[in-house]
Design a protein around this ligand. Structure first.
Ligand code: NIG
Length: 413
């Protein structure tokens, strides 16, 4: 007998075909989707006293959002930097003056693992309330062996403490730590020879990321670190072409990275390289706006070039202090030129593929019952009702893990 039946939907998006299933119901058993189809097709005996019946009240249902790019484990407060940027200071200027990532590094080094876990829990709760059932989380604010391990252990604990499934990424190459500023080659070797093997030994990260950027790491340094990571079984991904163009997209293609993220400065050759190497493009338009960057990433051209496009919040204290994934959908339409369906796909199926999670971002019989019941009739309302949350019920592995209360989920049926 099913544990859960979701009925009275406007449509169910499976993300298996372009169009959803109008007025379909969803049956769930043992944490998996067991039926998708018309209500009159439900087999007798499937629904009984043990079945929880969830009325979608005419809203649509789709897979849980997957957030493929977050830095949600951090300590400290950078609200002051936001003010400085609003007054005209650039992200790079703040970083060069000892703020930026280095500011959060000081706070993370001073925090205990318990404190990092405590600070991240409410952020995960907000992600969940916006319909996210799986999120990638990066280290990268420790930048010593012990502090990177501390961050990744915090991520492992967080995954077990709350419903959002977490995919850990080692980002020891987020910035050159201040104490290594005059001997950066030594830090690159520390990453390659000490941090990566230690993280791999404890299976603390599935991916390894490098911020290839002016003021961060060069292409050659990125290659050295990501080749070492690959040799230890981690999959490369990159912060690429965010603030300048240094060849990071070509490096992502060369290394067969899972994704190249940001891409505000990617050019036609970079897009072609990503497309032919099958590297996903992760767009994070909240930070494009937050840093007031122009132009935004060429989302339209990336889709047209045949690249798998994914969409994330990039929640972090410096360039995107927001857990609002629906806002990112709106910005992906307004800034990056995606259609509503493309933005929705990018935050579900596209994001799952960018995390090499074939099983997620889709609803299929036999697949995980990670899903969201929305309070609007189609995905078109998500970007249009800008920054507003329509997730009314969130289900993870067949269990209702969030119900919006009062007006928390906007109603536009
Ligand atoms: O993805 N670009 C580098 N890393 C983050 C920002 C981190 C921070 O400022 O704390 C990003 O935008």
């Amino acid at each position: 007998m099913w544990s859960l039946l979701i009925r009275n939907t406007s449509l169910v998006h499976t993300l298996e075909a372009a169009k959803g299933l109008p007025r379909a119901v969803v049956g769930v058993e043992s944490g998996r989707v067991t039926y998708l189809g018309p209500e009159d097709g439900i087999a007798s005996g499937a629904v009984g006293p043990g079945t929880e019946v969830l009325d979608a009240h005419g809203g649509f249902v789709g897979p849980g959002f997957v957030d493929p790019h977050t830095h949600l484990v951090f300590a400290g407060d950078r609200a002051r930097e936001f003010e400085l940027r609003c007054q005209g200071a650039s992200y790079l200027e703040i970083a060069q003056a000892g703020g930026g990532i280095a500011n959060t590094v000081r706070a993370v080094r001073a925090a205990s693992e318990d404190e990092l876990v405590e600070a991240a829990l409410p952020r995960l709760k907000r992600l969940l309330a916006h319909g996210v059932t799986c999120a990638e989380v990066k280290s990268g604010y420790g930048l010593t062996l012990d502090d990177e391990l501390k961050m990744l252990r915090a991520i492992r604990r967080l995954s077990a403490l709350q419903p959002v499934e977490l995919v850990p990424t080692l980002l020891c190459a987020h910035a050159i730590p201040p104490e290594y500023r005059e001997r950066r080659a030594e830090y690159v070797e520390l990453c390659a020879r000490d941090i990566i093997p230690a993280v791999a030994a404890d299976r603390l990260a599935r991916f390894c990321d490098v911020f290839v950027e002016e003021g961060a790491f060069t292409v050659e340094e990125g290659r050295r670190i990501l080749e070492a990571a690959r040799a230890h079984g981690m999959i490369p991904r990159l912060h690429a072409d965010q603030l300048s163009r240094m060849g990071a997209s070509a490096l992502a293609a060369e290394l067969g990275a899972a994704s190249a993220d940001h891409l505000e400065h990617v050019d036609a050759a970079g897009m072609k390289a990503l497309a032919s190497a099958g590297v996903s493009a992760v767009l994070v338009p909240t930070s494009t706006l937050f840093l007031r960057q122009t132009p935004p990433a060429p989302g339209r051209a990336l889709v047209d070039a045949g690249v798998n496009v994914a969409l994330g919040t990039n929640v972090n204290p410096g360039s995107a202090m927001s857990e609002n994934l629906p806002l990112a959908l709106g910005l992906a339409c307004l800034l990056n030129g995606l259609t509503a369906f493309e933005a929705y796909r990018a935050a579900t199926r596209g994001a799952a593929l960018a995390l090499k999670r074939e099983d997620l971002g889709t609803l299929r019989v036999g697949g995980p019952a990670d899903l969201v019941v929305f309070s609007c009739t189609s995905e078109a309302h998500l970007p249009y009702h800008l920054g507003i949350n329509h997730a009314s019920v969130v289900v993870k592995a067949g269990r209702v893990v969030h119900r919006a209360t009062g007006t928390e989920a906007a109603d536009c049926r």
